[in-house]
Ligand binder design. Structure first.
Ligand SMILES: CC(C)(COP(=O)(O)OP(=O)(O)OC[C@H]1O[C@@H](n2cnc3c(N)ncnc32)[C@H](O)[C@@H]1OP(=O)(O)O)[C@@H](O)C(=O)NCCC(=O)NCCS
Length: 178
């Protein structure tokens, strides 16, 4: 399956990505609904160290997301939670200067297609903060259905919070364009 979509490219992270990734990952507005961040310089370096480690485990896969001209705009991840049950989890991030033009939806749609077509996944899951309306829209447009609200799901920055659970099965009707 191609590592490109109409407007985006997916590739492994490299150490030099710190220059564009850190301003995004250290922005408290970007991370207000995530259970990580805002990143210190060391946090971003540690993330990139794991993502670029030699002999790293095959899953989770993490990709840098760029425009066709190589500009870094975000990240995408696919984690096979259970090979036995063919279940995976996806996540994504789009930097503020590139939000609102459909890239998030393009990333999520690609992740779901990749999970089904490349990894034989049966069920793709994602979670989001109940107030993260942009992410909820992305997930709905990528073909995931809202299955419920998980109470006390995460301890984020010292506060317990709920998460919404979204999922798509490989037998569900696919999102438009896939
Ligand atoms: C969630 C995120 C990926 C969305 O990326 P994006 O590229 O802006 O997404 P899209 O352009 O595909 O827009 C998706 C929808 O969200 C809506 N949206 C965008 N920003 C919004 C906001 N601040 N409030 C409400 N809706 C918003 C868009 O209008 C669009 O909906 P529409 O099609 O009904 O108009 C991006 O905001 C992000 O990375 N946020 C920080 C990290 C994060 O929350 N990741 C997800 C963790 S679950």
């Amino acid at each position: 399956m191609s590592l490109t979509t109409a407007r985006l490219r997916f590739r492994p992270f490299v150490g030099a990505d710190h220059a564009w990734l850190h301003p995004i990952a250290s922005d408290p507005v970007v991370t207000r609904y995530t259970d990580w961040g805002p990143n210190s310089d060391d946090d971003t370096a540690a993330f990139l160290g794991e993502a670029t480690a030699e002999g790293a485990a095959p899953s989770p896969w993490t990709w840098a997301v760029t425009l066709a001209d190589g500009t870094g705009i975000g990240s995408a991840s696919l984690d096979v939670v259970s090979a036995t049950h063919r279940r995976a989890r996806v996540g994504y991030l789009v930097g503020p200067s590139h939000q609102g033009v459909g890239y998030g939806t393009e990333v999520a749609t690609w992740l779901v297609a990749r999970a089904f077509e490349e990894h034989g996944i049966r069920r793709v899951e994602a979670t989001c903060h109940p107030d993260n309306t942009a992410s909820a829209r992305v997930l709905a447009k990528a073909g995931l259905l809202l299955e419920g609200r998980m109470r006390g799901h995460l301890l984020a920055r010292g506060v317990w919070r709920d998460s919404l659970l979204w999922a798509a099965l490989d037998t569900d009707p696919r999102a438009a364009g896939h």
